[in-house]
Design a protein around this ligand. Structure first.
Ligand SMILES: Nc1ncnc2c1ncn2[C@@H]1O[C@H](COP(=O)(O)OP(=O)(O)O)[C@@H](O)[C@H]1O
Ligand SMILES: [Mg+2]
Length: 307
């Protein structure tokens, strides 16, 4: 295991940010930590890279207990924080050079690494402009480039794509995939369920400081729901009548008068709807079940509902 979090609790005064959390990240995977704001994701990451001490429990990274080995652990990992940490008056190239020296690179080795990262994160067209003049997307690329300086075995990304436009998100996902193919382990948090489903081998859904479900996205869909989601406009009474006629009690989720019913085989339900057994046949949609459906049914909240 690259990361082992064992029975960890973190309190801030009365507030329990992380509650008896156990989490293991094997080598070479992309692991996604999901959950609403305040779930404890950032606090968990901070304990893993050693800037926050657990109140109780143990955190091990690369097989080492983190707190007595912070320097050794940090040499082998890279972190991109929720907020970019960049020197805004300087260019990306200068930011990279400064950070490279911090990692004890110099001379031709430093220059080569800086150019490699400029290419890898596609920063060349903006490499010499002041950071303050760059768009959020380019600033994010630079923040990720900085975290890659020391060729980390473990890359930690806290909401790497929040607020970025779709093209920049796609570009970033593709870089994360490249790094994984080179053997790095990636631990990220995200608000975007589609991102987690496309990028992560394993996801853990966090709520109130603990994990409520963990597995491959497809596994979670299979375990908690089913392959297809049938969405229709139906009152609770209409939904009840429909399911009674079907003689089944599949998992479902309701949002106002929109009912989502999860089934591996939606044909019998669609036939019932067509026969008019409750529900409004005109507004029926059948779609693949998404990770977001699992999140909704397990936590009863939409990520976007949280402040
Ligand atoms: N330094 C701190 N002092 C007090 N409370 C904190 C501190 N850091 C985080 N918290 C609280 O801990 C909880 C978890 O926060 P955080 O780990 O940032 O969640 P997330 O990253 O999932 O949004 C929140 O209730 C937050 O207000
Ligand atoms: Mg956070």
């Amino acid at each position: 295991m690259i990361v082992e979090v064992s029975g960890v609790t973190k309190r801030f005064g009365e507030r329990v940010a992380v509650d008896e959390l156990t989490l293991n990240v094997p080598q070479g995977v992309c692991f996604g930590l999901l959950g609403p704001n305040g779930a404890g994701k950032t606090t968990t990451l901070r304990m893993i890279y050693g800037v926050t001490l657990p109140t109780s429990g143990q955190v091990r990274v690369f097989g080492m207990e983190v707190s007595p080995n912070v320097r050794a652990v940090r040499q082998r990992l890279g972190v991109t924080l929720q907020q970019n940490v960049l020197i805004e008056s300087l260019s990306p190239r200068a930011n990279l050079a400064i950070f490279g020296r911090y990692h004890l690179l110099d001379g031709a080795g430093l220059a080569r690494r800086v150019e490699e990262l400029i290419d890898f994160m596609e920063l060349r067209s903006h490499a010499d402009l002041p950071v303050a003049k760059l768009s959020g997307g380019y600033q994010r690329r630079l923040a990720v480039a900085l975290s890659l300086m020391n060729r980390p075995e473990l890359l930690i990304l806290d909401e790497p794509t929040t607020g970025l436009d779709p093209a920049v998100r796609l570009a970033l996902w593709s870089r994360v995939r490249d790094l994984r193919h080179e053997g790095a382990t990636v631990l990220l948090t995200t608000h975007y369920m589609d991102e987690a489903q496309r990028l992560c081998d394993t996801v853990a859904i966090m709520s109130a400081g603990d994990i409520v479900a963990q597995g491959a996205p497809e596994e979670l869909i299979e375990r908690y729901l089913a392959r297809h989601a049938v969405e229709l406009d139906a009152t609770p009474e209409q939904e009840y009548a429909l399911l009674r006629a079907l003689g089944d009690s599949p998992p479902r989720y309701r949002s106002g008068n929109r009912s989502m019913i999860y089934l591996d085989d939606p044909a019998p339900l669609l036939e019932r709807i067509r026969l008019g057994a409750g529900g409004d046949g005109r507004a029926v949609t059948v779609r693949p079940t998404h990770l977001e459906d699992v999140f909704l049914t397990l936590t009863g909240t939409r990520l976007e509902d949280h402040p």
